[in-house]
Design a protein around this ligand. Structure first.
Ligand SMILES: Nc1ncnc2c1ncn2[C@@H]1O[C@H](COP(=O)(O)OP(=O)(O)OP(=O)(O)O)[C@@H](O)[C@H]1O
Ligand SMILES: [Mg+2]
Length: 467
């Protein structure tokens, strides 16, 4: 089961209704019970957490009962912001949720649930792949399924839907995560250079080949090669790629020495490959090789419920990299959720960046959005989640996610042809910073702790690079 199942009890009916809506919006399964029938629910459900709202003292007994009979299921107390807290039950609680809340706090709390309950259920992680729609959850499940194997994966989706984001998430979830992720845009490299780009060349292999050079397959050794825009690969190269996929061997251009490789291939395209086959631009045999495990990313217009989460992710990334600290009102988000987004997430990302420039450090309301959004009407039911980049302030539970042993002395092998050490170390540093930020949901202070560096040092580093 990928979504948390939550029992919700609250004597404040309005708060109960709002919290239920928000949790459902975050794709949780919510069971609402009254103070009297909760025991029945407890005994018949496989719960991940219990949220109990309490506005008067009669609930105190229910809390006590619940914590005693919850069988290890974490119990969170929900209270209004200014409500005085009774200390008596605090020790038995997994946490306190102050109401009203903001999205990052609730997400952090939900993320902490599997650790608290020590169940085997999957956390609602946000590792670079924002969104809680059914489609995104399914993609997360597919990533988890295929990550353990070395199967070739084909990612399909319109331009800007997040194909590269999914490829990176897959690499990071796989056992190859400590090895390189090497992207190649097959559409951007001229056909005659693509072979040398992928397989490398020997000195003198062609005019201008003054030195021998490693190709992307060799660079990705032990890791993942991401063949982006595979639908644009010229036919002669498709034959050569097919051979590598079948035999895991290739030769550098100008060499007859066969090189064996251990590389996982992820390919992506926005093209309809079946149509490309009919039009004789794509080889059918290669298609079947690549299509072992397809992952299809639907266009953003078919999963508009992801928009608030994506906005939150984009705003948080901007705050972390000091590119602005803006906030969108719920009316503004409601308008954005009505757009068709032909350019998908990339279009949304460009819009947010543009707004951050025109409204630095400000609140963006519906009428601050560009002209084309003004044609939409603001619905009566606004999204109930407040989307603000408050990661720095988020008082989230600690997230103990450090993965030890990225590289140890004997797992790094100096390549025959040598290495650019400075570049290698910079890449390694950036990768570890990025992972630390991912692990800490972007909270720079927490990431700095994981990296054992001062927060200000990390902020300084983030200012220089886009991790
Ligand atoms: N689920 C997501 N969560 C967070 N960011 C996302 C998500 N999907 C896409 N993005 C962002 O949207 C932009 C486009 O994503 P990406 O480059 O992966 O798309 P693509 O499908 O490869 O596009 P193209 O076909 O144009 O190459 C990037 O800035 C990426 O960070
Ligand atoms: Mg791409």
């Amino acid at each position: 089961m990928a979504v948390p199942e939550i029992l919700l009890i609250d004597d404040n009916k309005q708060r109960l209704h709002l919290l239920e809506t928000v949790l459902k919006f975050m794709e949780c399964t919510v069971i609402v019970a009254s103070g009297n029938d909760y025991q029945l629910v407890l005994s018949s459900n496989d719960l991940d957490a219990i949220f109990i709202g309490c506005s008067d003292s009669t609930q105190t007994n229910v809390i006590k009962e619940l914590t005693l009979h919850s069988n290890g299921t974490p119990v969170f107390l929900v209270i209004d912001k200014d409500q005085p807290q009774s200390q008596s039950n605090q020790a038995m609680l997994a946490g306190v949720l102050e109401w009203p809340t903001v999205y990052p706090k609730l997400l952090a709390l939900l993320n902490s649930i599997p650790q608290a309950s020590e169940t085997n259920k999957k956390p609602q992680t946000n590792k670079g792949l924002a969104g809680q729609s059914k489609a995104i959850q399914k993609i997360r499940d597919l990533i988890n399924q295929v990550a353990k194997s070395d199967a070739t994966v084909l990612i399909l989706g319109e331009s800007g839907t997040g194909k590269e984001v999914v490829a990176q998430a897959l690499h990071r979830s796989s056992t190859r995560r400590d090895k390189p992720f090497v992207p190649v845009n097959c559409g951007a490299i001229p056909g005659e250079l693509l072979e040398s780009e992928l397989f490398g060349h020997e000195k003198g292999a062609f005019t201008g080949a003054f030195n021998s050079r490693q190709g992307r397959f060799e660079m990705a050794e032990g890791g993942t090669l991401f063949l982006d825009e595979i639908g644009d690969m010229p036919m002669p190269m498709q034959v050569k790629l097919l051979r590598v996929l079948q035999e895991r061997t290739f030769e550098r251009v100008g060499s007859n020495k066969t090189v064996h490789c251990n590389v996982r291939v992820i390919a992506a395209t926005h093209r309809q490959l079946e149509q490309e086959i009919i039009e004789k631009r794509f080889r059918e045999d290669l298609y079947y090789r690549l299509n072992v495990f397809p992952i299809e990313i639907p266009p953003l217009r078919d999963r508009i419920e992801d928009i608030p989460f994506l906005i939150n992710d984009l705003l948080a990334k901007m705050t972390v990299s000091q590119r602005g600290n803006i906030r969108l009102t719920q009316k503004a988000i409601a308008l954005l959720m009505q757009h068709q987004w032909p350019g998908n997430v990339r279009e949304l990302s460009n819009l947010i960046e543009r707004i951050a420039i025109t409204h630095p450090d400000g609140t963006v309301d519906a009428n601050d959005l560009p002209e084309k959004f003004q044609a939409y009407t603001i619905p009566d039911n606004l999204p109930t989640i407040s989307v603000t980049p408050q990661w720095e302030e988020t008082n989230s539970p600690s997230i103990p996610l450090f993965k030890p042993g990225v590289t140890t002395g004997n797992t790094v092998q100096l390549p025959e042809q040598g290495i650019d050490l400075k570049e290698y170390l910079t890449d390694l540093e950036n990768e570890l910073i990025r992972q630390a930020l991912d692990e800490c949901n972007g909270v720079v202070a927490h990431a700095a702790k994981l990296l054992n560096m001062r927060r200000t040092t990390l902020v300084e580093k983030l200012r220089k690079v886009d991790v």
